[in-house]
Design a protein around this ligand. Structure first.
Ligand code: IPM
Ligand code: MN
Length: 365
């Protein structure tokens, strides 16, 4: 009997609806080719829903999602709603309430022409950032004193727990082991990116990293302070393989990473708790100015669908979707990732037909 996966689909705001539609088109094709199916539940949450009902995302929705296999999210954020309200309730809500402690962000350049760095090609840009996803400045511990007065005090606490730090570091080492050495290297590598020289609380990361590393003699370790890591990612991206970093630095450096792989049009991420329901999304925002124009690039969402498939237990389908995108970009049939270069549905259809054309290579007889 073929497997059925329960998927919550949350298009959200702005271009979310359009890019998710293309992600689902590719997902449907993958289902037919690989012989599994999905039961999809569309969730209406986002700015329109909030402005109509005053509701962001109710507890009942989180409770239903807990029993599903995965969530596909488009984008959240709308200028009509106060800054951070929906992002906090929905994106951070999913990450925190479902304890999705890994924010997995692969950075892989598919074609030299898409890279803004001089003399760097696909062999140089191939890394995965493991961003901790449930702690740090995102924990929501903040406040204001004497708000609106000249004596105002604002504070926000960065928290790191031993347990939270260890589990993401361990995930990074396991991932490095699974990926194996990069071409030309004798061992896979994990780089710790922190700012322990200034944020002394991150000494917890330094110590935990050293302890976990001792259990993985087959994995090489490296360390970079976040400021230097930004520099190296531009100057020598080939030095990175797997990297692990706290939440806030991970947020920032993965936007840099998205640019060196060709831009927000293709950067995908997984918000993962291994073995449990997890959420997959493009890294880009809701781009309200492109809403409804069929101009947004859906490739990042399609890559997020690939990550979703890998998570639910369809690794061949995941690989096939990723390869369909990769072969279109490598061959120059998709030669730009900029919004508007291709229509949103045009790209979705290109990936779908490439996937079908390559199907025989992937489906085991
Ligand atoms: C991301 C986004 C979010 C974050 C925002 C929308 C809260 O930038 O997923 O990287 O800061 O984590
Ligand atoms: Mn971000």
């Amino acid at each position: 009997m073929s497997k059925v996966y329960d998927i919550a689909v949350l298009p959200g705001d702005g271009i979310g609806e359009e890019v998710v539609r293309e992600g689902l088109r590719v997902l449907s094709a993958a289902e037919q080719i690989f012989g599994f199916s999905t039961k999809r539940e569309h969730l209406p949450y986002g700015a329109d829903h909030y402005l109509k009902t005053g509701e962001t995302m109710p507890d009942a929705a989180f409770d239903r999602i807990r029993h599903m296999h995965a969530v596909l999210l488009g984008a959240i954020g709308d200028p009509r709603v106060e800054v951070g309200k929906l992002e906090f309730a929905i994106i951070a809500g999913l990450r925190f309430k479902l304890d999705l402690y890994v924010n997995l962000r692969p950075i892989r350049l598919l074609h030299e022409s898409l890279c803004p760095l001089k003399d760097k090609g696909p062999a140089d840009v191939d890394m995965v950032i493991c961003r901790e996803n449930t702690e740090d400045a995102y924990a929501g511990i903040y406040g204001f004193l004497k708000k609106g007065t000249p004596d105002e005090v604002a504070n926000q606490t960065m928290i790191y727990t031993r347990r939270g730090t260890e589990r993401i570091i361990r995930y990074a080492f396991e991932l490095a082991r699974k990926r194996g050495p990069k071409p030309g290297a004798d061992k896979p590598q994990v780089t710790l990116i922190d700012k322990a020289n200034a944020v002394r609380a991150q000494d917890l990361w330094t110590r935990t990293f050293a302890e976990v590393a001792a259990e993985y003699p087959d994995v090489k370790t490296d360390h970079a302070y976040i400021d230097a890591a930004c520099m190296w990612m531009v100057k020598n991206p080939e030095w990175f393989d797997v990297a692990v970093t706290p939440n806030l630095f991970g947020d920032i450096i993965t936007d840099l990473g998205a640019m060196i792989q060709g831009g927000m049009g293709i950067a995908a991420s997984g918000n993962i708790h291994p073995g449990r329901v997890s959420m997959f999304e493009p890294i880009h925002g809701s781009a309200p100015k492109y809403r409804g124009q069929n101009k947004a690039n859906p490739l990042a969402t399609i890559m997020a669908v690939s990550m979703l498939l890998d998570h639910v237990g369809e690794p061949e389908a995941a690989k096939a979707v990723e390869e369909a995108v990769a072969s279109l970009v490598r061959s120059g049939r998709i030669d730009s990732l900029q919004a508007g270069r291709y229509a949103t549905d045009e790209l979705g259809k290109m990936v779908e037909s490439e996937l079908r054309a390559n199907a025989e290579k992937f489906v085991r007889s």
